[in-house]
Design a protein around this ligand. Structure first.
Ligand SMILES: Nc1ncnc2c1ncn2[C@@H]1O[C@H](COP(=O)(O)OP(=O)(O)OP(=O)(O)O)[C@@H](O)[C@H]1O
Length: 621
């Protein structure tokens, strides 16, 4: 391994990175949908819907006009910049300000010892957050700063001190696994009966209940056959049936994009033109609309829905039957949303229906970890929270990284500092040891790189590192599979979780195995040692067109490109901050042996961060 890097490497980029599918949907986003007319139809199945009550325009038109457009067409639009905070009293003040209602520490301190023990192991800011039990609370927190720990303790404390009824408490997490983990952590703190769930499963269970009440029958099931329906719709509309899996997936993703951004059929063309949103398979908007409608008809025929439909249908039902929404509000009084930087317009709409006038909402998130923009996620709602829910009772920032060693933290900060959005991101601090430098390892070609990573892992294992404390985090699923093959060939037990060959579930820490996961699926997790392969332009940042010419980022067209680059920067940041002690950044000069394949350029994020860290070191020397 070569622990060095050529600074200002200016060699041209090549197309080798474009060998894998980009973006791994989270398990929860699932995919597809049921667009609006079909939602209409589905609810009509109740036999109770009014003919005009389901007018989609009436429900969503307001959101699609004027300024709000940007919220519905996040990252790709280039229009979506996080809105500046107007009122300085509502801003997140770096030193962790407490706003509004004062937290009554005296009262809390008089609670019994068991309850107080729940707060052990929290630092002052985490504790302040955990003690703010009512009113809107926002916690903006950097990687490794204890978000999960803080909200879990906050819920446990509120329930154990009898301020909240656990059965009236809902914690929404990003994955089912995170929901289970939170439930377990609450149980170890002596708190049971709290509802922990993803947005989708919470919505689906409410939908099932509503369906039974309104239609006296079971709601349609969520199906995992969306590719079949999308393929059928493509074939019907285009009169051609030969599509790759990736093309079908792109169609499903586009339909999902419409739903999570609350884009009505009749507005679709106007919006995609306005924001220069690229359509899958180079379709015309009208063709795409036809495919979407046909897709919904297919699903209806089979009496199935998809994940997004559970939210969309529920939202329609709560709009039409306010008494059902009110019933939910009476039951669920205290709502906490984790990973709030990744909520979509659709999820946000459901949340506002869950709340009504209730203001017992706590959100936690990190704007630097928004990595699901392609699935409609937008940090807008996190950044705008203080205005939307004013007056907030607590608005606090956590910036102390308990996870990563000093060198990793420096590197992660440097990656964000080079962002055009750097002012919105949290600068991490840590008291952890500096640890080993972030290593940059260059190889001749891909197989050599992967074999090099495998042998370095062997080397660490021989020196006492546990195999399940090591992870390889890749930008694409295809690369995860390639590396898994080579690591297995070198005798390493690999934990590579693929679901239907489409989603890496998570880098769950199995005993005695090496985790190989996409970066997306590694969110929320941590390993002692992290390898990030393929740190070259075109892969990190991922760019199918390898348009590395920075001049293009300055023109109109380039705005969208720049949004994309910023998302890629956050993805790299998430990968880096999974590391506890040591991070290796790896790349090969070319894809193939014997000099075949175009020469690659080191990732701009690596170059920038590397130079920034060196500059800082020179400064302090
Ligand atoms: N006050 C604290 N004292 C010691 N360790 C802490 C403290 N708070 C959090 N930690 C540890 O720091 C690590 C990160 O915590 P946690 O997973 O809650 O962070 P997070 O903010 O959710 O991270 P990320 O967003 O990067 O996934 C964990 O190992 C956790 O146990």
């Amino acid at each position: 391994m070569i622990d060095s890097i050529r600074e200002n490497d200016s060699e041209a980029n090549d197309g080798e990175a474009n060998n894998g599918e980009v973006n791994d949907g989270s398990t929860d986003y699932g995919s597809h949908n049921d667009a609006i007319d079909d939602t209409h139809h589905a609810i009509s199945n109740f036999g109770t819907a009014q003919s005009d009550g389901l007018n989609h325009d009436g429900l969503y038109r307001d959101d699609l006009n004027g300024d709000n457009l940007r919220y519905h067409a996040p990252q790709k639009s280039g229009l979506q910049r996080i809105a500046p905070q107007q009122d300085s009293s509502q801003q997140v003040i770096p030193q962790n300000a407490v706003l509004g209602q004062r937290v009554n520490l005296e009262h809390r301190n008089s609670s019994d010892e068991r309850v107080q023990r729940i707060l052990n192991g929290l630092d002052d800011n985490q504790r302040t957050a955990a003690l703010a039990l009512s009113g809107p609370v926002r916690i903006v927190a950097g990687a490794g700063s204890g978000k999960t720990r803080t909200i879990t303790r906050r819920i446990a404390y509120a329930c154990a001190s009898k301020e909240w009824n656990p059965d009236a408490t809902l914690a929404v997490t990003y994955t089912n696994k995170a929901a289970n983990e939170m439930k377990n952590r609450l149980a170890t703190l002596g708190v049971y009966d709290v509802h922990t769930s993803t947005f989708h499963s919470a919505a689906y269970s409410q939908l099932r209940r509503a369906w039974r009440i309104l239609a006296h029958q079971d709601s349609p099931e969520i199906s995992s056959d969306m590719d079949v329906y999308a393929h059928a719709a493509l074939t019907h509309v285009l009169q051609y049936s030969d599509y790759t899996d990736a093309e079908v997936r792109d169609i499903i993703q586009e339909i999902s994009w419409m739903k999570v951004n609350l884009i009505a059929y009749e507005d679709y063309e106007r919006i995609v033109n306005a924001i220069k949103h690229p359509l899958p398979l180079d379709l015309e908007p009208e063709q795409m609309m036809k495919i979407a409608r046909d897709f919904e008809a297919e699903k209806r025929l089979h009496n199935v829905i998809d994940f997004d439909d559970s939210l969309l249908l529920l939202s329609h039902i709560y709009e039409l039957y306010p008494e059902l929404a009110e019933d939910f509000r009476q039951k669920m009084r205290h709502i906490t949303i984790d990973e709030y930087q990744d909520v979509s317009a659709l999820q946000h709409r459901v949340l506002t229906q869950w709340l009504g006038r209730n203001r017992d909402i706590c959100v936690v998130g990190d704007p630097a970890q928004t990595i699901y923009s392609y699935a409609g996620a937008s940090s807008y709602y996190l950044m705008n929270f203080a205005q939307e829910f004013a007056p907030v009772s607590l608005d606090i920032e956590l910036n102390h990284d308990y996870r990563s060693s000093g060198h990793i933290v420096d590197y992660a900060n440097a990656v964000l500092e080079n962002s055009v959005n750097s002012a919105e991101y949290i600068h991490l601090e840590t008291d952890n040891d500096a640890g080993p430098q972030v290593h940059i390892a260059k190889f001749g070609h891909d197989d050599e790189e992967f074999a090099g990573i495998a042998s370095r892992i062997h080397w660490h294992i021989q020196r006492g590192t546990k195999i399940n404390d090591i992870a390889i985090l890749t930008r694409t699923r295809a690369r995860a599979r390639d590396i898994a093959r080579i690591c297995r060939g070198q005798g390493l037990t690999v934990n590579l979780k693929l679901d239907n060959d489409s989603v890496v579930l998570s880098g769950e820490k199995d005993e005695d195995s090496l985790t190989i996961s996409t970066i997306h699926a590694s969110k929320g997790l941590e390993w002692d040692m992290v390898f990030i392969p393929d740190c070259f332009e075109g892969n990190i940042p991922f760019n199918p067109n390898i348009a590395t010419d920075l001049s293009s980022e300055r023109d109109e067209e380039g705005m969208e490109y720049q949004e994309h680059i910023e998302e890629e920067r956050r993805i790299f940041y998430v990968a880096l901050t999974r590391g506890i002690r040591q991070v290796y950044l790896c790349l090969a000069d070319r894809a193939f042996e014997n000099g075949y394949g175009s020469a690659r350029t080191v990732s701009r994020f690596v170059r920038e961060a590397h130079n920034a860290v060196r500059r800082a070191k020179r400064h302090s020397a």
